[in-house]
Design a binder for this molecule. Sequence first.
Ligand code: SF4
Ligand code: SF4
Ligand code: SF4
Ligand code: FES
Length: 953
Amino acid sequence: MLEFYEPQADYGTPKSTSTTMVTLSIDGVSVTVPEGTSVMRAAAENGVKIPRLCASDQLKSFGSCRVCLVEIEGRRGFPASCTTNVEAGMEVKTQSDQIGKLRRNVMELYISDHPLDCLTCPTNGDCELQDTAGEVGLRSVRYGFEGENHLVAEKDESNPYFTFDPSKCIVCSRCVRACEEVQGTFALTIDGRGFDSKVSVSQDEDFMGSECVSCGACVAACPTATLTEKSIIEAGKPEHSVITTCAYCGVGCSFKAEMKGNQVVRMTPYKDGKANEGHACVKGRFAFGYATHKDRITVPMIRDSIDDPWREVSWDEAVTYTAKRFKDIQAQYGRNSIGAISSSRCTNEEVYLVQKMVRAGFGNNNIDTCARVCHSPTGFGLKTTLGESAGTQTFASVADADVVIVMGANPTEAHPVFGSRLKRRLREGAKLIVIDPRKIELVSSPHITADYHLPVRPGTNVTLLNALAHVVVNEGLEARDYIAERCDIAEFGKWLAFIGDERHSPENTESITGVDAADLRGAARLYATGGNGAIFYGLGVTEHSQGSTAVMGIANLAMLTGNIGRDGVGVNPLRGQNNVQGSCDMGSFPHELPGYRHISDKATRDLFENEWGVTLDSEPGLRIPNMFDAALDGDFKGLYCQGEDIAQSDPNTQHVEAALRSIECLVVQDIFLNETAKFAHVFLPGASFLEKDGTFTNAERRISRVRKVMPPLSGKADWEGTMALANALGCKMEYNHPSEIMDEIARLTPTFNGVSYDRLEQLGSIQWPCNDDTPEGTPIMHVDQFVRGKGFFAMTEYVATTERANRKFPLLLTTGRILSQYNVGAQTRRTQNSEWHGEDVIEIHPHDAEERGINHGDWVGINSRVGDTVLRADVTDKVKPGVVYTTFHHPVSGANVITTDNSDWATNCPEYKVTAVQISKVTEPSSWQARQKSFDKQQQGLLQRGLSQSARH
Ligand code: SF4
Ligand code: SF4
Ligand code: SF4
Ligand code: FES
């Protein structure tokens, strides 16, 4: 859907959601709009544009510029159309000589203190001030040639992505309001009064020195060139645009990729995108430069040994070589000796093809995905209790929540656009319970204070959830009618006897969880009695040895209080990567075909066997950790890894590296030579999200289109690379476009039956299930009954992790993410986002630091039972005593050198969130870090030796 560039329509004030309609007359034409609509919006919706400067449909009306005045029959003066709501029978006149004169006078005042450099201004032709001057017919300016003005005000260029040029500011306050209302950061204010009033960043700082999180909302809101993207200043106005979906986190924001030829000059958040409604974060909005970074590898390469230089080859040679190696390995070591790992960053269609190639081409079920290491417990836990492996709500549903629990998630860093949405609801008065070992931003931020922060000790989530449920049951706060009608009563009875036991009381669990019993009781009462209760959780729940148990504990709590099946409630996993939901839906787990149907089910197998013309293995294949173990045992010798950096992202790096070294043919398909590719024998160049068509499915089950905005730099999109390899293996695939892959998915998957590219074009996006019963998709799940029939209260006995603190390893390390970087950082480290986070640090409480003689900024060694690494210390009370915290965005940090092999009992999801460590001051990098540095140097050298200049982008 390529369009000539045009700014997105702006109706001036937000849409009214009222269902009561009002009829009025505008310029003699009768119009009918919802009650609560402004006169400005009513006019705009009916094709009449009233000039404006301080209004935008993303912001509440403000009424400061006085350009939008109109006449209303029977009213004195000239009311502002942005702050005047429609009334039945109202007669509005938007144009008259007198209105025109007044508007021109106001505009003249604005322009008199504005540089008259339109021709050389970067937003020439895309400037609301310029447009409005034209609309009101301003032809000359009488003032401002003498006396004071703001024309020499100094520019702030500190932000890497946008400039602030106050000489062009008209003090309309749209930026200030965008930062407050849309983003919720409150970084901007208007200082001073009258002529002296100006936009001020925090305490008169520059943007980089302030609390600004570079979301770009103010830039999008600014009607002048005051706040402008540097990419626009450099490249000029876009020529055309394509609507696509962000490839970073699971919020799944929609963007207009604004282009000049094949160059993206700006990513503008798309107002009609249902996940983001015109908002974005620093990653999706600005961090797209990696797609054309010089490190991109755009040709296939092969080598026999990882000590050899790479050899640049054609696609044909690469896939023929790989197919032969894989076939030889299977002939020698057996059918199960090869497998594949698909990626939650790739499209649904690509992920589907990888699992199809494995099942139909490799002849086994050795397919797994990176969701193994993040949300596999969500799949298991929610399927067991509710009957579907997915979140229950839309993001928008949080607007109806009265009490929100955020557990083991940090939305303002990891899911920022949802974080802003949540903050808005909290500012409106919803209550908040944060369950997290760290004081995340939501615990206390401008205009938001959590009602309860339960700083749970890492590894004890299940005890805490049991204690919450115990209080609800013990105090008779459960939703009896809801449970009686919707849940399996026999199982509930058994669970009731279990949870009612005094060993689960807050007082008896306080010593395990470290959470104050009174706070826990208060939080349980609030959630059970405070109205609509919504739970949002993240990897702080799943990445534990009892991750699946904790997910079931969350579902139990929601069912117990009747908080599933309508707006404002629900159980909502915040997915890390853009397509975690989709990669799971598409059959990427070794035991499940697309749509979460077990491979042992004959009827399902028959369906796929008929479509694919093969016989499928009915035995589940290897999970990622099993692949590593089998590789070390000598049974697993070939691996195809698409868009996933297991050498950096998986736990116990030494173990992973040893496994990768023992693989005879490791094929990596990626856009960069990532850490895993350094152990590879075949490198297939990947395509960024800008270079391919497909779909992503976000955390709300929302399927959105990814659209190609430029040709793939390597000549093939990832699905085409997989298809070439499958065909070389003799597994016939003939698709001309990803829409044909989606058609096959829809044919074979009941929850996707109604999905097609045409339907997506019509509806914009679709939340599955989408079929004959729900042709427009399913925003809220389990409305009348649970997908599994009756809701199942699963037993959630707490079993302590074996990873415990002791005298040798007295601190518990937990991990997480930061706003500016994304996962292993392969993309964001290749953008200016690194200016915010150039290295991973270890957070340690002042008390623990003092005991060890550690000062802020010191290098410290972190030793666990499996390894050690060195990071700089950040002494902070964000963590409580006994807990330390780090991120894992930089390979050299070696965060996973110290994480252990422990994993979730049901799904093998690694226990990243609990590692017992000791910390001490050191003066040099760890031996692993020294080895990593020299291995990296060797591999970069082998890359350079093999690669011609043309192969580097
Ligand atoms: S910076 Fe832009 S949005 Fe902010 S007050 Fe100035 S002109 Fe308005
Ligand atoms: S970029 Fe975002 S956070 Fe920063 S000042 Fe603008 S609106 Fe506020
Ligand atoms: S919130 Fe997530 S999906 Fe949205 S722009 Fe940021 S990274 Fe992209
Ligand atoms: S747009 Fe109405 S007062 Fe500014």
